[in-house]
Design a protein around this ligand. Structure first.
Ligand code: SAM
Length: 272
């Protein structure tokens, strides 16, 4: 497995705190979506064999899937010794950047590979996967059109930098010959707004720190590219100007809480 530490494409340093942040973010996301498993309730897992996590990062979803009580990753015990309801699956995880992949020892049962999801997959991977999960801003359904079942959970509209992926995805999925089975926009309640909700109260502090942290990193990246803009469209060019804008956003966020728009999309092959 190649590892690009040093020239990682990922904007945030891929160290332990970032791995922990991604783990907490996943737990928060699952709670927001109301899932009590790594799968949306609208997807039936029986009959699935080859599962791919795209933009897998630390493989948090892949591990969560592997730990479902009815799932047994291959290689596993000989089939005849498995209880009837056991699902034997082959799990794969890919990412444009391998910096977050866990140690090889932990990945024994997974196939991991480097892949930019906006580029075509290798021919041998066409029609291979029964289910594709993606929690990344870079999902490109047209590149994945060869896969029969998919779950997309775009991180948020903020992270897609205003391109409103949650609004465009259903159309993109249909254009890739997929039937949209579930299309749900989810208000991601952050900070004070999460504190007011029983199921999210546990994440009130994390969600705010996560928002501020991601927002700062995105703003820094945009500033470097000359693409950071005020809400009225004026480009922010100087660092001090960016800092005062960030401070204002941060103070407002902490005072009032934040709502970001997320989404879950489940799409399946047209014939199913
Ligand atoms: C917000 S992290 C989410 C990681 C993981 N899915 C999770 O739930 O914790 C987004 C991931 O998408 C990956 N990514 C970004 N652009 C990508 C691309 N074009 N192709 C594949 N992966 C990409 C990043 O390297 C990163 O690991």
């Amino acid at each position: 497995m190649s590892n690009q530490v040093g020239n990682s494409l990922y904007a945030i340093p891929a160290d332990t705190p970032e791995k922990e942040r991604l783990g907490k973010q996943y737990a928060y996301k699952r709670t927001l979506f109301g899932w009590n498993s790594p799968m949306p309730p609208s997807l039936d897992v029986s009959g699935l064999t080859d599962i791919l996590d795209v933009g897998a990062g630390t493989c948090v979803w892949t591990f969560d899937f592997a730990n479902m009580p009815q799932v047994k990753p291959r290689p596993a015990l000989p089939e005849k010794t498995q209880p009837k309801e056991t699902l034997l699956v082959r799990l794969y995880a890919c990412d444009i950047d391998t910096v977050f992949f866990p140690d090889r020892a932990l990945l024994d049962e997974f196939g991991v590979f480097q892949q930019d999801v906006t580029k075509p997959f290798a021919p041998e991977l066409r029609w291979k996967f029964d289910l594709v999960h993606s929690f990344t801003p870079a999902s490109s359904p047209s590149r994945l059109r060869t896969h029969p079942g998919m779950i997309y959970t775009p991180s948020s509209d903020l992270i897609t930098l205003g391109r409103s992926l949650t609004y465009r995805l259903p159309h993109m999925l249909r254009a890739a010959w997929l039937k949209v089975k579930e299309s749900r926009r989810i208000p991601c309640l952050i900070g004070k707004l999460a504190a007011d909700r029983l199921e999210l109260a546990l994440f009130a502090e994390f969600s705010m720190e996560n928002f501020v942290f991601v927002f700062r990193h995105l703003a820094k990246g945009l500033l470097a590219k000359g693409k950071l803009r005020m809400p009225d469209g004026i480009v922010v060019a100087a660092e001090e100007q960016a800092e005062s804008m960030l401070k204002e956003v941060e103070e407002g966020a902490r005072r009032n809480g934040v709502v970001m728009l997320g989404g879950v999309f489940v799409a399946v092959k047209e014939s199913t």
